[in-house]
Structures are given as structure tokens and as C-alpha cells.
Design a protein around this ligand. Sequence first.
Ligand code: NAP
Length: 895
Amino acid sequence: MPDAMVAARASDKAHGTQQVDVAVVGAGFAGLYLLHRLSKAGLTAVALDEAGDVGGTWYWNRYPGARCDIQTIDYSYTFDPELDQAWTWSEKYATQPEILRYLGFVADRYDLRRDIRFKTKVTEARWDDAAERWQLTTNNGAPVSCRHYIMATGCLSAPKPPEIDGVKDFEGKVYFTGRWPHDGVNLAGKRVAVIGTGSSAIQSIPLIAEQAAHLTVFQRTPNFALPAGNGPAPEDRKTFFESDRAAYREQARQSMTGVPYPQQTVVSWQLSDTERRERFERAWAAGDLVHILTQLWADQGVDFDGNALIGELIREKIGAAVKDPETAAALMPHDHPFGAKRPCLDTNYYATYNRPNVTLVNLRQEPIKAITAGGITTGKRHVDVDVIVFATGFDAMTGAIRAVHPITGRGGKSLTDVWAQGPQTYLGLTVEGFPNFFMITGPGSPSVLSNMAVSIEQHVDWVVDRLAALRDAGFTTIEPTETAQTGWGRHMADCSMVTLHRLANTWYTGANVPGKVQGLMPYTGGVGPYRSICDEVTSRGMLGFKLTGPEIAAQCNDGEVVRLQPDVRLVLNLLASLNLPPIESMGAQGACAFVNEFNKGRPAGRPIGEIADGTLPGTDGPLPYRVYKPAAPGPHPVVVYFHGGGWVLGDEQSDEPFCRDMVRRTGMMFVSVGYRHAPEHRFPTAAEDGYAATRWIAEHATELGGKPGPVLVAGWSAGGNIAAVTCQLARDRGGPAIAGQLLVCPVTDCSFDRPSYNDNATGYFLTRSLMYWFWDLYCSPADRTDPRVSPLRGKVAGLPPAFVVTCEFDPLRDEGIAYAEAMAAEGVPVEQLKAGGHFHSSFAMVDVVITGAPGRVQMAQALRRFAGLPPEVSLGDEHSHGHASPGHRIAAAAS
Ligand code: NAP
């Protein structure tokens, strides 16, 4: 719209306050779709934007080479199939002018400009409790009074100030990529400096180098960049898209990233070097960030070693592309896992450094001291330049909201103060104390870790649907509760422990802005899971929100929407979607067959030194066992291990991933015992087999390759029960000596009336009814109080030191805690791990429930302590690809 018309429209409103249902800040992707949806929902709205036209980030970022780096086929609105048909992108990655034209086309098609006040900045927003409205002041025209206030400000709209001394003394021209002049900049014949090597710099550097007399790039941290291979949209994506557009879009909405790629299931160590290289080369050639970030192998984003392989392969590519070895080495990132910092998409970026008119200055070796009248001085040189381009990024996410204007909520609380220690939100959409205030792609939502187009549509749909529903029900205010917001913060933290984002200093964490409080701001749990959580909030009666209205009773269905660990939630949802019959309905044989089949589909566990099978003499004939040994030369301390399965299911191999993982983490040898099962062998067979096996293993430790002396015992579930009983029997029957016991979610008592049995009776895989079935098959009611099955009823004094693990969502939780407390009360050294958000199988599901890994680290440390060893184990050659680098140790500690 011409500026004169903008001014005329603003002056129309100058005589009073503009009254609307909803005010929106921003007329980019989010603001435009909001206006469309709000108008369809019958809500009056105005959007305010400082820019002179629509476009948001695409209005401002006009630097040379600016393009999207999600394929444009995916970086589009999907809400209207006719719009989808009406617009065809000319390239795989559209340029900034084309994206801007698209947004203009959308604004015209739905007649959105009539509700936008351009060149208008909100200077203050204040919640008026009496009127239950937000009162906004602006720098251009009438103030605005609105019921609801929505920030569609984007995540990267507040450029960082230069932060380098002397900028104002510089006599040449200064430009910011995020505020590039609209009529372009002629750099021909100029000596140009670019500061920064993030996405904006990497896109612009090759084009600036083509124009400039000389280009000097000042790099603080090298980034991973992938060649875009731009051109027409790739045939495979186009065919997939054209074959069923609706299905394509739906798959994107349910995916982790907002782009329809499948989840990979093969982990890196299951692939040979050749297979990994083939996958990598395919991804490199595909020129697609989402592809390379998600399609190589399943552990690339969650495991340091699985990730490190990619860094190596990309560094090889950089070495091949850049002729000068010193420049090549400086361009190779080593300080962060691939993908933990936003990788870039480039066209000729690395090759640009082969040009004679391009110099790279490595600021890690020679930091900038000052900017002077004529150029830039580092610790080692002075570079004369005519132009400085700051590609130094943004005060991301919170900056885009907090820095734009003061926002004052209920009781005069300022958002800046409330977020002083970092952003706190519920769902990334709302903030406690700020009624009727919404953010689109705010901190706490998947936003920048997703295809923004898909996330924006989901957020807008959810918010507008809620506003319409509130209005229809007679509610005038909506605000999240403290409980819900705190719970979301915890869930965010849980999610961030799964990925590697926490291991990099980036704008995702606020590390790029001096003095900014650090913490991972985007939600790392994925687009599809996030969508289902938002839907769950609605289906559970606006869980975590307080709603009020003048003629309706206030409603507050308080609570936390996600209490499970994120990966536990995914596993349980997946299991629920399989609609399996209850295990107890399958009969003992059927259940065994089912468990065997089920186990075939799980990750097998990483390589260890050796796995060998044997038999040992039990009380009543031979018992099978399986030995898991570390790769490092022995002899190793021996852990006698008892598998889970309710005394009915499983065998000496069925907890193999757990045993392998613990062998790697402890550097100890695990001997898993094939004790006999019910219903053929009822109580006390399993207990007596366990004790007899422990005795034999202790006596034959040396023959097995273990260290002579006291053994350790460990077990999960019913195996934890056998381990606990074994310790009591060993104490009472004259040995063997046991140095410590690891009891993971153990059965310790026959009483079913503890709260955990009721709280977790259904829905967490191990159900109350399944436990009844196990008990019935194993032990008649008359025997159940025998300490050989209910060790909590036995004498617990004088037992070996114990590490007891319990899980929050497990029927067995309270009896495990009771056993730990009983032992501690009798003077046994006991440590407990009460694992929040976990279920009975969390720790056994190695490489599936990633959040179980820190718990196993603690278990391993306890076992090493019991054995008198230092807490750290050198993973050495047991480690599939590993080197004990400092980075590796950080990750090992963290993962
Ligand atoms: P950025 O990724 O934050 O990069 C800023 C660069 O400037 C970094 O290399 C940073 O180094 C450097 N820097 C910052 N302050 C500095 C200082 N005081 N001295 C020296 N160097 C300094 O910013 P961006 O490139 O504008 O990109 C931001 C985000 O916008 C991207 O990650 C992406 O999400 C989005 N974006 C997307 C596209 C697209 O293709 N669609 C294009 C551009 C941007 P350090 O790493 O050491 O801090």
C-alpha cells in the first residue's frame, strides 16, 4: 500500500481509540494468517507493523542472497488448498523478493491489508483489569483497545546492536543484514568487511565477493553449511507432493520438524562405514537441511557419538572445497554438535574462499580490538575497508517480544521483569499474569526448530479456535495457571535433555547476546507431539487455564499437561496406538512368544567386548547363563544379573540392551542368569535358583574371566526381587559375599494397596492387572508373605549397600521406596533414584527411552562405588566410535 494511504488510514483513527476484539503485532506469515482466521471467526482485528508493507522478516531481510532454507514447497501456507494450487514457486528455495511477492499475493487474495496499520509501532501495551482489555499506545495514529493481544512478531526481528567499540567512528558505510536498504547497495569496487558467519552471512558472502574489490570475512565461530543445490523443486518431493497434497501436508503437521520426512529407526552403530558414507553423500547431494538433520541415522540428534560422525564427514567436505589448508581448518566447526547450532544452506560459500579477493580473519586467533575511522583492527592486523556489513544476528525469541515495547500485565507486572531469569510460558503461547496475551511461535514452542510455516498455522489455528470458543461460552479472560506454566518449564527442560542443543552456545540459548540469561528457548519435543499436547489441553477442558466471564462461573481446570518424560510419552502413545491385547490375556506361552517377538524390534544395544553363553549347576539341574564382558582386558568385577518378566517371562538374554549398556558404563562383567519360571516352576524356584546361581558364579568368578572376591547383584522388576532376596539369603546362609545391590523397580512386597498401585493401575504398560496375574502364576496367597518373595517382610539389617531405582509412573514405585527406606532405617547404606516422569520399563528400553540414560549413569557409578572403583569408566575401545575427548566427556556426562 502506498505510504500516503497508510498515513490517511492512520489519521482516520487519530480521533479516538480504535476498538477491536484482537490486536496483532506483525504482518508477516503469522500476522497475515491471524487476520484471515480472526475475520472468519467473526472477531474484529487490527494488525500493527512498523514496516511499510506486509512480509515481516521478508520485508526487512533484503541482503544479497536472502532466500528461505526450507524447501519452498514446504515453506507455504497450507490452510487453503485453492491457495496452494494458485501459487507455484519458481525454485526449490525461493528468493526473498519471490517470498515477499507471495505474502503480498496472500494479503490481496484475502483482502487483509484493510486491517493492517503499517508504519505503526506499538510503544506500550498495558492490561486494564477493570475493562478486561489491553490498552495499546502507538507511535502513529490512534491508540488501540483490544480484548486479546497477539504477538506475531517472529523470532528473529530484533537485530543485535554491533557490540564492538568504535562503530560510530567508522567513516565508511555500515549495513545490517537484518535491515538492508530497500533500494539495494552497490558494493562494486569497494573494500568490504562482513562480520559474522551465520546463515545471513553465509548466504550473502558469495554474492558480496562477486561485487567487491576485496572482501574480508571476520569469523568468530565457524558454522556447518550444506550446498543448497538450488534450482527447480526436486522431482521426488514434487511427485510426492503432487500425488496427494492433503496427505503430504498432514504428514508434515504430524512430523517432528514440520516437513514430511519419516522417522529413522536405524542407529549409527548398526551401519557400516560404507553405509553411513552412502547415506551422508545422499543427504549432501539432496541439499536439504531437514534431510541431513533427520534422515542419516536415528541417533544423530540425540547421541554425541552418532552426531560426531556427521561433523567429521562435513569437515572432510570443507577440506576438499577450500584450497588453502589454514583457511579450510579455520572454517571447520569443532565446538558444537552438528545441528545443535542452526546449520546453514549455501551456494558456493566454501569455494568463495578460493577467490583471490577474499580473506578470512579468524577472530578466535585475533579478536577484533576496535573499529576505527578507516577499518577494523584485530589483535594481529588492521584491515582498511569502505563498508562494514554486520551479519551478527538477532536478540532472538524473547528479544522479538520483550524488546519491542513495555508489556505490562495484571497487577502492573512487566514482562521484562517476569522474564528476567529467562522466558516462562505455558505452551510457548501464553504467560501467567498476562491475561488474553498470546504469542505465535514464542519461546517454549517448536518455532525455530521447525518449519515455521507449519508451526505458525498450528499456533494460529489453536489460538483463534480458543478465542472463538471462549466468546461463544461467555468467557472474557483466559490466563494460564502457575502450575501449568511451571510444568511446561519442566517438560521443556526434560525435552532439552534428549537433544544435543544444550551442548552449543547459540541464539537458541541466548548465548549470542552479552548478558542475556541462558537457557534453551525453543521447544525441542517436535511439531507433531507439540500439536497433540495442545489438542490434549483442549480436550481436557482447557487444562492449565483459568477462564472468567461476567455472567459465567470461573473455570479452572488446573494441572500439568505433560508429566511423563517426552520419550516415555511417545513410547506409551505408540504402544496405545497398537491396541495390543492385555498381556495377561495371552496365556503364559502366548505372553512369552509375544515378548520374544516384541524384543526383536528393539535396538539391540551397542557392541561390547564379548558375549558368551554357558550353563551352571542350579539346585535342580543346569541353568543357562549369558556373560557380557567389556572389551578392556579383565579380570573385571562380576555383577550377577536377574532379568525382569514377573517370574514368568523373559530369559537370560531378554534384558540384553540393558546389560550391554551397563557393561559399557561400569566396565564390569555381567552374568545374566536364566532362572526358572512360573507357571511350571512356582515359588520359591526363582528365588532359590537366583541364590544358587549367585553362589556358583562367586565361586567360579575367575574361570568366567571375572575378578575373584565379592560379587555384586542387580536386577530389574521381578529380577530386582530376586536380587534383593539373594542378598538376604546370602547374609543368612553364610555367603557368598556381596559388595552391593542394584535394584531397579523391584517387586518387594505382596501388598497391593500402596498408592502407586492405584495411581498407575492402567496406562503405563505394567498394569495392576498384569501384576496380579504374575503373582497368581508364581506364588499362592499362603506363601506371599515369605521374605523369599516379599523381602520387605524379611530382616533388612546387615544387607550390602544398595542403590534402589523407582519410577514415578509404576505400580511398583511405592514398594521399592518402602524397601529402600526400611534398609536405610536399619543402617544399610542406601541411595535412591526416584525417576520423575518415567515408567516401569524406562531404564530397560535402552536407546529408545533416551531420558533413561542419565539414570543408568548413576546406577553404573553406584556399582563402581560398591566395587571400590573410581566413578568414571574409560570407555576405551568398548566405545563403538568414541574417543575420550573433552567434548565427549561432557556429552557422556550429560547423556
Ligand atoms: P546468527 O546465526 O546469529 O549469526 C551471527 C553471526 O555473527 C555468528 O557467526 C556470530 O558468531 C557472529 N557474531 C555475533 N556477534 C559478534 C561479535 N560481536 N563479533 C563477531 N562476530 C559476531 O545470525 P544470522 O546469520 O542473521 O541468522 C540468524 C537466524 O536467522 C538463522 O540461524 C536462521 O534461523 C535465520 N535465517 C534464515 C535464513 C534462511 O535462509 N531462511 C537466512 C538468514 C537467517 P558466534 O557464532 O560466535 O556468536
